[in-house]
Design a protein around this ligand. Structure first.
Ligand SMILES: [Zn+2]
Length: 332
């Protein structure tokens, strides 16, 4: 099965002045994990022209970020801009576009291993009621979704980062051709992603949120089986964009989630019949060393192993509520 990583050292040039969890070391950890798998033969992406940013962001926001590029500063208490940010961000868009193009052309999995991350970035910065941009600058996954729509008419985005992809949801809110399914821990940053958030007028039912309880582990497999797989089978996209965050892995300690290799391998294996453009989001330590390789290996193996799951009572209730809400639009 075709597989490549799309990566540029330019992504390391978006960097903090002092310690910050979103730092270049993250990518080096991911690179090492892929090297350990014998899967390191990267393709170098090119930056997109600046106008491409306007396909998902407002002119004011793009100008704000570009204007900050000369020196190090903070856009908000979480999110910094450094002199290397602008070039890294345009190249991250280039990588996201290339992932979609190669995926459609050759099938298989193309991983845009990019920084800065993107799924919290809304049209004009902070999305919905989020207090900050949550380390994100421009929304790479949404740009990938727009390119996929342009090339294939419709797209399905799955976001399994521990946090809700609020920027992605905001940008795709009124788009009936973009289904966005988001599994995340509820009641944490960015304080959105509840089951009743279903999309704007004319696009109702295309935004699907699965707000999982605190301390969820392989309960995610249950939600995957009950929500993600049936919607995928019904929608039949030509390709899937994955907003791939590994910060829900046990030991990442950014949230209370306790995901293991079991979930990531299962998620990968069940997607193996779809061409996949994977856009890198969160993941700061052990999730990169274990979750990322498990997902890739699961996909490449193409073997779906039934995993027995016994979801918690809270997880069962959550998934039942989600199915009740989206059952208006989906045969679920
Ligand atoms: Zn996250």
């Amino acid at each position: 099965m075709a597989f490549s990583v799309i990566y540029s050292p330019v992504f390391l040039e978006h960097k903090p002045e002092n310690y910050h969890p979103e730092n270049p070391e993250r990518l080096l950890r991911a690179v090492q994990a892929l090297k350990n798998l014998g899967l390191w033969d990267p393709i170098e992406p090119q930056p997109v022209p600046e106008e491409e940013l306007l396909r998902v962001h407002s002119k004011e926001y793009v100008e704000l970020v570009r204007g900050r590029g000369g020196a190090f500063s903070y856009l908000d208490p979480d999110t910094y801009v450094s002199p290397g940010t602008w070039e890294a961000a345009l190249t991250a868009f280039g990588a996201s576009r290339l992932a979609v193009e190669l995926t459609l052309e050759r099938k298989g999995l193309y991983l845009a291993l990019v920084r800065p991350p993107g799924h919290h970035a809304g049209k004009s910065g902070r999305a919905f009621n989020a207090p900050t941009l949550g380390f994100c600058i421009f929304n790479n996954a949404t740009y990938a979704a727009k390119v996929a729509e342009e090339l294939s008419g419709k797209v399905l985005v799955i976001d399994f980062d521990a946090h809700h992809g609020n920027g992605t949801q905001e940008i795709l809110w009124d788009d009936p051709n973009a289904v966005h399914i988001d599994l995340h821990e509820h009641d944490i940053y960015p304080w959105s992603g509840y089951e009743h958030e279903v999309g704007g007028k004319g696009a109702e039912g295309t935004k699907i949120n699965v707000p999982m309880p605190h301390y969820s582990g392989d309960d995610f497999i249950y939600a995957w089986n009950e929500v993600v797989l049936p919607v995928l089978a019904e929608f039949k996209p030509r390709l899937v964009v994955v907003s791939a965050g590994f910060d829900g892995f046990l030991g990442e300690n950014l949230t209370t989630l306790r995901l293991s290799e079991l979930f990531f391998a299962y998620a990968g294996s069940t997607l193996s019949r779809y061409p996949l453009a994977v856009i890198f989001e969160g993941g700061y330590s052990v999730g990169l060393e274990k979750g990322l390789p498990a997902f890739i290996k699961g996909y490449l193996s193409g073997e779906i192993r039934e995993v027995p799951v016994s979801p918690s009572y809270e997880a069962l209730r959550t998934v039942t509520r989600v199915r009740e809400v989206i059952g208006q639009w989906w045969d679920i």
